[in-house]
Design a protein around this ligand. Structure first.
Ligand SMILES: [Fe+2]
Length: 495
């Protein structure tokens, strides 16, 4: 596969970066694992007592306290281990070890997206270069302009070329996207119902790995045509019988789908951390025969730049297995498309950092979070994912309040980080924080106060206050639904 500068002619009117960046692989899995079915801790079929099994688990990865383990039917006992970029579940059945790999590793070679950056250029040179591409046989499929930031998508020989220019940086970027459907083919217009947005209450506890989790987020949106969008999903430890039953019921209730009926679903993921994907993966395994998954969109960075949680490969293998024809888009900064009658504006993905942040790309996965604004019925809601301060600086260098102003916002990164400016510029009426309210008390702190600067305290909501729903009323995004919080300490439900 040709890299970006092997596909494109030389850029005129700027300084081309010598680095060809890896921009990620989308819904592909390009891991290369030497011995993919080996586990150095246990052998498949190994005979041992339960005491020896648990002792080894304890010695392997949690020597300072007893290992967390879960019992299944017929007196089996199991744990979960990370090794080799895979998730291995050794269980002890009738005195013998059985190894299960949760992800499906195929070892297939997949194409990755490559990116090139041009420094010290101008809007004029960028536009002239797009004209040059057109004269070389590239077809322009899409263009967009947001506050003088310029975006375009071109296509030639089946390869999409994502082009962007930011005047504040005097920098242009070009990405060969070999994994997506074009942005113009990704969206659709249908329906005249009102859009609704929901935050689903997840259980958060003081971090005790294997039993509780202090992060995770799960949102739903009912679109105008009564299909659903799920945003992210909770961490494994938040997937309990109570929470999955409640979420599945909510999805039926808000769409009026009878038990056993099919739910049309789209999925957007902010970034490649497991607390943002596990609930979705679980739902695919348990309910794929009742879910029509139509679209998936996310933009994860190259796994060499940022560690992608192995759980994400479980999600990828399940999407590919159950929905081989799903429409996938590795959304890019500047994308704008419609689902139902709601407009989705991609304000930033990790590729906006290529060539500009330290060492040419983000190193922390949280900073690679996609910032997505959804506009519907005259109002808007913005997702920040787990965005951190480097990404915040980049966003604020590209956009003003004219673009960023929003009616509702998801508080970034479970309120773990410091975003100094963005909430005031977003100027939302309310903020939902995917975290427990205890943050309000314990974080009598700069973290919580960052949001208080922009939002009245009574309009800052936390997951342990329950699930909420909002829709437009009289030009405002108004809460119309509330359900008490659901959830318990992890009960051993399998991913
Ligand atoms: Fe998170």
């Amino acid at each position: 596969m040709k890299t970006i500068w092997e596909l494109l002619p030389a850029y005129v009117g700027g300084t081309t970066d010598s680095v060809v960046y890896n921009a990620g692989e989308g819904l592909n899995d390009s891991r290369h694992i030497e011995n993919p079915n080996e586990c150095s801790f246990f052998r498949d079929g190994e005979a041992m007592t339960e005491a020896a099994f648990l002792e080894r688990v304890t010695s392997v990865f949690r020597a300072h306290k007893p290992a967390h383990h879960f019992r299944g039917p017929n007196n089996t006992v199991r744990v979960a281990l990370f090794e080799n970029n895979r998730i291995i579940v050794p269980s002890l059945v009738d005195g013998k070890v059985k190894l299960t790999f949760l992800d499906e590793y195929t070892g297939e070679e997949h194409n990755v997206c490559t990116a090139g950056v041009v420094h010290n250029t101008s809007a004029k040179a960028f536009k002239e270069y797009l004209a040059l591409l057109a004269s070389c046989g590239f077809t322009k499929l899409y263009e967009n302009e947001m506050e003088e930031n310029l975006f375009a998508e071109l296509q030639k020989d089946g390869v999409l070329v994502e082009c962007s220019y930011y005047p504040a940086e005097h920098r242009a970027r070009f990405i060969a996207d070999v994994v997506s459907v074009p942005v113009t083919e990704f969206g659709y217009m249908a329906g005249n119902g009102k859009n609704e947005i929901y935050s689903f209450s997840l259980f958060h506890g003081p971090m005790d790995s294997g039993f509780t989790c202090d992060c995770g987020m799960c949102y739903l949106m009912k679109l105008a045509d009564n299909s659903l969008l799920m945003v992210d999903g909770g961490e494994l430890e938040q997937i309990t019988e109570a929470s999955t039953t409640a979420l599945w019921k909510l999805m039926h209730d808000i769409t009026g789908t009878p038990a056993g009926g099919t739910i049309r679903l789209n999925w957007f993921c902010t970034h490649a951390h497991d607390d943002h994907a596990d609930m979705f993966s679980h739902m695919l395994r348990t309910h794929h025969d009742e879910i029509a998954l139509e679209r998936v969109f996310f933009n994860y960075p190259c796994p060499d730049y940022c560690y992608i949680a192995p759980q994400l490969y479980i999600m990828i293998s399940r999407v590919r297995k159950y929905y081989p024809n799903v429409k996938y888009r590795k959304i890019h900064t500047g994308d704008e498309f419609t689902l139902g009658n709601a407009t989705f504006t991609v304000l930033q993905t990790h590729d906006a950092g290529l060539g500009s942040v330290e060492d040419g790309h983000f190193h922390g996965m949280n900073d690679t979070s996609t910032m997505l604004k959804i506009s519907f019925d005259g109002v808007s809601f913005t997702f920040l994912g787990d965005l951190d301060d480097s990404a915040e600086s980049l966003i604020l260098s590209h956009y003003s309040a004219a673009t960023l102003k929003t009616d509702g916002v998801q508080g970034a990164h479970h309120l773990f980080n410091f975003l100094n400016k963005i909430y005031e510029i977003l100027d939302p009426d309310f903020c939902i924080v995917p975290q427990n309210e205890i943050c309000r008390v314990n974080n009598n702190s700069k973290k919580y106060q960052q949001i208080v600067k922009a939002v009245p305290e009574e309009n800052i909501l936390f997951d342990d206050m329950g699930s909420y729903g909002w829709r437009e009323e009289n030009g405002k995004l108004v809460q119309f639904y509330h359900e008490k919080p659901i959830g318990t300490v992890y009960d051993g439900t399998e991913l």
